[in-house]
Design a protein around this ligand. Structure first.
Ligand code: SAJ
Length: 422
């Protein structure tokens, strides 16, 4: 089949690559000309485990070609961003633009699949009216479905294959055609439903996680007040067969979990109280973290001081900084006039003020080292590598990334989010 994938980001590119190496002719479309050129030259514009070799294979075989313009195809897959606006309502501009862009190219018998996460009813209320402009009869001549991506950055290729998939068609035929398409590489079960339910399922999954993390963050803050180690308490509680509490941290980042709950809140503001409260709790965590840093400096009688911030991406072992809590921590520290140096070996481009790609430079003369992301490279650091350069031996670990005993044995004072016993 010929497949046109609109949006070549963290989801669209791996998906294009998977279809291409499984024999389909894929045209990947993106408005970013630099990304298009890089892809055609087998170069990565994003970091993802296993992407490089697969992209090489897909482009070399001629099965994947990137372009800035869509073209005729049997299947259209839309995988564009669906962010929120300042006022926390969904910005569906990219979904609308992508849908409009394919209208001139859809023909009788084609299938259009939306992979982007959207507020429930978007396919029915936003996409279908646009697709009707093709003059094809929707559901008879043009088939449409929502098949939300569910993969976790860092493990995209494994999860694309192994995860179950939800497919919600605007009718049975649309669902069936979509299922047949993904079966070429999906080993998990493909569950069929209607489009609006599929949209709801996807948003529920990420909202569940957000609410659960907010709960963990609340437990961390309470634990600090009453002298309990929240990490231990949560771990022990999770031994219960029906308890699964997530982990606390300096906030929730990424373009999914920190965004999608608002899609539900927007639809029913008065019925989504826990959802909104959780979002606000998680958004508050970077402030809480920055305030703690200031407090620790004050305890040491250090005014302003110099903070070494380790970890800028929104979670471990990836290069993605979108909605990263680290950036909020930085803003807050800057507003307090506290000096900092930011370091993240996963992030290649230095875009922030006081960012360095040199670890020694980052910690040189630092009054406190703050771990904001639990990258493996941080977990595997040895105390001897840092001891020389820092001015003090204080570490604030917001992710429970460091092996406490090892660092304390080496003379460091490790303060941990959610734990005051130390
Ligand atoms: N986080 C915590 N505590 C936790 C788990 C995560 O503070 O216990 C933080 C992370 O540090 C990060 C943020 O939450 O800042 C989000 O990270 P994540 O690993 O939970 O999720 P994402 O955004 O990388 O991917 C999620 C996944 N959804 C679920 O697990 C339900 C993924 O499967 C989705 O495909 C993706 O959102 C998406 O695109 O919607």
């Amino acid at each position: 089949k010929s497949i046109c994938v609109v949006g070549l980001g963290y989801i669209g590119l791996p998906t294009s690559v998977m279809f291409a190496i499984n024999g389909h002719d894929v045209r990947g479309v993106d408005v970013n000309t630099r990304a298009v050129d890089m892809i055609n030259n087998k170069q990565l514009h994003i970091e993802e485990n296993g992407l490089e070799e697969r992209l090489g294979e897909a482009v070399e075989s001629g099965k994947l070609v990137a372009s800035t313009e869509p073209a005729e195809a049997d299947v259209f897959i839309i995988a564009v961003p669906s962010p929120i606006r300042e006022d926390k309502t969904a910005n569906l501009e990219y979904v609308q633009q992508a849908t409009k862009a394919i209208v001139p190219f859809v023909k009788k018998g084609d299938l259009v699949i939306l992979e982007s996460t959207v507020p429930p009813r978007t396919v029915e209320d936003v996409m279908l009216p646009i697709l009707k402009e093709s003059n094809l009869i929707i559901g008879e001549e043009l088939f449409v479905s929502h098949s939300p991506e569910r993969v976790i950055p860092g493990k995209v290729f494994q999860e694309l294959v192994d995860n179950d998939r939800i497919v919600g068609g605007i009718n049975d035929k649309s669902s069936q055609l979509t299922k047949e398409l993904y079966e070429v590489f999906v080993k998990g079960t493909i569950h069929l439903t209607d489009a609006t339910t599929a949209e709801m399922v996807k948003v529920i999954e990420n909202t569940y996680r957000d609410v659960n993390i907010a709960f963990a963050n609340e437990l961390a803050m309470i634990s600090e007040q009453i002298g309990v180690n929240a990490w231990e308490a949560i771990q022990l509680a999770n031994y219960h067969p029906r308890v699964n509490i997530h982990t606390p941290g300096p906030g929730v980042g990424g373009h999914c979990i920190a965004v999608d709950p608002w899609f539900l809140a927007e639809l029913e503001p008065n019925l989504s109280k826990i959802i909104q409260l959780s979002r606000n709790t998680n958004d508050f965590m970077p402030m809480y973290t920055a305030d703690k840093i200031e407090e620790f400096l004050k305890e040491e009688d250090i005014d302003k001081g110099k903070v070494a911030l380790f970890g800028l991406s929104f979670k471990a072992n990836i290069d993605d900084q979108r909605e990263s809590p680290s950036l909020e921590v930085i803003k807050r520290l800057a507003s307090k006039g506290i000096e900092y140096t930011a370091y993240d070996p996963h992030i290649k481009e230095l875009t922030l003020r006081n960012q360095t790609d040199n670890r020694e430079e980052a910690i040189r003369g630092a009054d406190i080292l703050v771990i904001l992301t639990d990258h493996d490279v941080f977990k595997n650091m040895e105390p001897s590598e840092l001891a020389e350069e820092m001015r003090t031996n204080i570490i604030y670990d917001t992710k429970n990334a460091l092996e406490l005993e090892k660092w304390e044995r080496a003379g460091f004072t490790v303060k941990r989010l959610g734990d005051t016993k130390i």
